[in-house]
Write a protein that binds this ligand. Sequence first.
Ligand code: N01
Length: 869
Amino acid sequence: MATGIGPAVRPDVDVVVVGAGFAGLYMLHRLRGLGFSTVVLEGADGVGGTWYWNRYPGARCDIMSIDYSYSFDPELEREWQWSEKYATQPEILAYANYVADKYDLRKDIRFGTRVQQASWDAAARRWRVSTAAGDEITCRFYVMATGCLSLPKSIDIEGADRFGGETYYTHHWPHEGVDFTGKRVAVIGSGSSGIQAIPIIAAQAAQLTVFQRTPNFSRPARNGPTPQQKLDAFKADRDAYRQAARLSQAGVAAPITQVSALQVSESARRAVYEAAWDSGELLPTTFADLVTSAEANETFCEFLRGKIRSIVKDPVTAEALCPQGYYYGTKRPCIDSGYFETFNLPHVRLVDLRKTPISTITETGIRTTTESMEFDAIVFATGFDAMTGAIVAVDIRGRDGLSLKQKWADGPKTYLGLTTVGFPNCFLVTGPGSPSVLSNMMVSIEQHVDWVSSTIDHMRRTGLETIEPTSTAEAGWVQHVNDCADVTLFPRADSWYMGANVPGKPRVFLPYIGGVDRYRKACDEVAQQGYLGFRFEGAAGAVCNDGVIRRLQPDVTIVLEVIESLGLPPVESMPPQAARALFDALATQRPPGPAVGEIVDGTLPGAAAELKYRLYRPATAGPHPVVVYYHGGGWVLGSHDSDDPLCRDLCVRSDSIIVSVDYRHAPEDRFPAAVDDAFAALRWVSSHAEALGGQPGPVAVAGWSAGANLATVVCQLARDAGGPAIAGQLLITPVTDADMARPSYQQNGERYLLTSAMMRWFFDHYVDVANRADPRVAPLRAGNLSNLPPATIVTCEFDPLRDEGAAYAAALADAGVDVQHIFARGHIHSSLTMVDLVISGAPYREKMAEALRRYLPRQQQPLLRHKRA
Ligand code: N01
C-alpha cells in the first residue's frame, strides 16, 4: 500500500527497485525505514546480485572484506565476522543472505522477476514497470540498482556456439560447481575473473591453455586473516574508521601523498613500489602522479614487468604476460593468488592472441592463425557491457516516450550519475558519472542510497511529486566528469571504463574519477543549495534552483584546496619584501617544468641600470625565433625564477628562444620604471637576437598578468617609436585597465588566488591614482589601437581580470588587429602557468605555443640555403 505521496491515482507502491544486490537490499531497507512502500524486482532466485551470479572458482572480493561490507548498522557489524582478508564468493553471498534475513527483506523482493520495460506516465505522474512474465506494477519512483558489471558482453568470437564440449561463463557459473579433473581446459580472457579462476582451474585440469589478448597488471593478494592493525582501528573507533572511508579518494581510508614518482631517487621509488608489491592491497599509496603522468606511471609499469619476469621462468611466456601499451591502472588492475606462478606449471600454456589470434572456435576446440587445439571445456571470462549495459537492457521510456537507450546512444549523460534529463523520478544507483567501479562499491552504494532516500523523503515532506535534473545541470556534470578524466591517463586506454571492450559502444569515460570524497561533497552541496540543478513539481507548482555544481577544473580545485590548507596570510597584509620571500619559497615546492636545451643567465642594459635576464634555448637545432617574455607579479613581485616553469614550457612547445627579462619593481621604483625597462629590454634583445643565437628579424613579445600588461604596452610604444619590429604578442591573463568595477572582479575577486584586495595592493604600490588612465598602465585606454602586432589574448573564466582581457581582445579586433582570443574554461588567473601541476592547462599552453610558432615561422637554416645554392 502506497503511503503519503502522490496524486489522486495511487500507484501500487511508492518505489520499485530493480535488483537485489547490495544496492537493492540497502535501498529496500532504507525506504522501508522511512515508511515508503517498496518492492524489489530481481531476475535471480536469490539475493546477492553480482555475488549470486559470479560463482566461478576463485571468485573473491579484492577490497578487504572489513571494508567491503555495510556500515549502516553497528549491530550488523558486530554480528558478522569475516573469516579472511578477502572473502570468497560463497562467504560474501552468505553475508547478503544474512542481511536479507536479518532485516526481513525477502518479503518485499520478487525473485525470478525480470524487468523488461519501464515507462513514465506523465499524466498520472508514475512509472509503469512491466516484467518478462507480463505483470505490471506502478510506482511513484523507479530505482535502477542493477550493478555496474552485471550484463555480460556478448561473445564476439567466431564459432563460439559451435563447440561441442562443455562451455562455461564466469559470470553465470553452475551452482553445483564444475570439476575439471582430468580435462583439457581453455580459458579465454585474463581480466579479474580470469586471473582469479586460472590458478584454481590449473590445480584441477589435466591441461590448461590460457588465451590472452591483453596482459593485465596484477600483484599478489597475500590473502589471510584481516590485518590486526585494521581490526584494532575498527574496534577502537568504528565511526571514525567508517567515516575515513567515506571521505577517502576510493572508499577505503589510505594515506594521501603529494610526492611525484619523478621527484625521488630510483632507490626511494623502488622502496615504495616494493612496499606496494608486499602490501597485498589493490590500492596501495604510491605516488601522486601515477594517474596523471605517463613518465611517472611507466616507472611503476616497468617495476611490475620486472616482477613478472622474475616469477615466470620461460622468458617468452614472461614477456607475453608483461602488459605493454597502456598505463598501470587505466585498465582495471588485479590482485591474485599465484596467477603468474601458474604459468610455471608443466601442463599450463599461454597463447598470446596478439601474435596468433583466434581464427575460430570449432566443434572440438580452438583454432588460432597457426594451430588447432582440442579441448574438453572452454571457459569464457570475457567481461561485461559495463556501467550502461544492464541499465539500457531494460526499455526505459521517459517523458514523451523518450528511450534511455536512444538518449545514451552517444554515451551516457547523467546528473551526478544519479538521474538523467527526461526521466522524472528515476534514480540510478552507482550509475555512469558516479565513482562506482573506481571505488569500494559498498561505500558508494550506501552514499547513493542515503542520498536518494533522503531526497524522496524531502519531496514527501515538502509536497513535491516529481524530480528531474535540468539540462544545464546535466551538461555541467557531464563536462565535469570529462574534465576529471581528461587530466588522467585513463582515456588513453582501450578499457571497459571507456566502453572499448564492446564493439560499437561509444568511447566515453564512464565513471567519475574525481574521488569518492569530492563526489560526496558535490552531492551534499547540491542538496544544501536547494537541490541545485533539479526541477521539482508538486501541487503548489514548480521549484527549480538551476545551476552547475562544479565549474572549476578539477586540478585547479586541488591547487586551491592545498593553498588554503597552508593558511597563508593574505599578500596585501604583508610588506612587499615579505610577500616576495613567500613567493620565492612557494616556487621551490612546484614541479620544475620540462628540460630545455640550454639556460643562460645574463644581464642587459635597462633604462636606469643593468637588468637580469634568463634565456631558454630549445634542444633542437637553431637558430630559433626569439620571444621577449615579461614575468607576472603585479609589478611588485616575481622574477625570471617565478615564471621559470612556464618559460621552459613555452620554449619547448614553441621551439623558440625565450628571453625572460627582469624589470624594476614597485614600490621601490614606481611607474613608469617597469615600462621603461621593459621597452629597453625589448630593444636590446631585438638588436642582439643573432648574437644570442636566435634568428634575425622581428621578435615576439609575451607575458603573464602584469608582465602581459608590459608586453602589450611595449607593442604600443614600439609602434609609435617606429620599432623594434614585433611579429606578435602573447598576452596571458593581462592587466589592460585599472578599472576594478567589471563583473569578473565582482564574481571572482575573492576566492581564486588573485583577489581584488591583492590587485588594489599592486596598483597602490605601482602607480598613483592620477596616472591610472595612462595607456602605459591601462593600454585598453589608448586612443589608437590600430597597427599593432597580431595578438593572442588568453583569459580565464574565474579570473578577476577576465573581462578586461576580453575587452582588450575586442578593442584590438575593432581596430583591425588580427586577434585570437583563447578562453580557458574552469581556470583561474594563475593556473595556466602551473606547469605539470595543473594538467588541464597544458592544451591552452599548446595553443599559445602554436600562436608563437605562427608569428615567428622558422627561417630556412643558412646551411641548407648554402647547400642548395
Ligand atoms: O572482465 P574484463 P572480467 N577474444 O573485461 C578478454 C570486476 N571484477 O570479468 O582486455 C579474446 O576485465 C579481454 O581482453 P581485452 C572488476 O572490476 C572484480 O575479468 O579486451 N579475449 C580481457 O582479458 C573487473 O575489471 C573481481 O583485450 C577477449 C577479458 O577477456 C570487472 O569485474 C573479480 C575477447 C575480460 O576481462 C570485469 O572483469 C572479477 C575476445 N573476443 C571481476 N573479449 C574482484 O576481484 C574479451 N576478451 C572483486
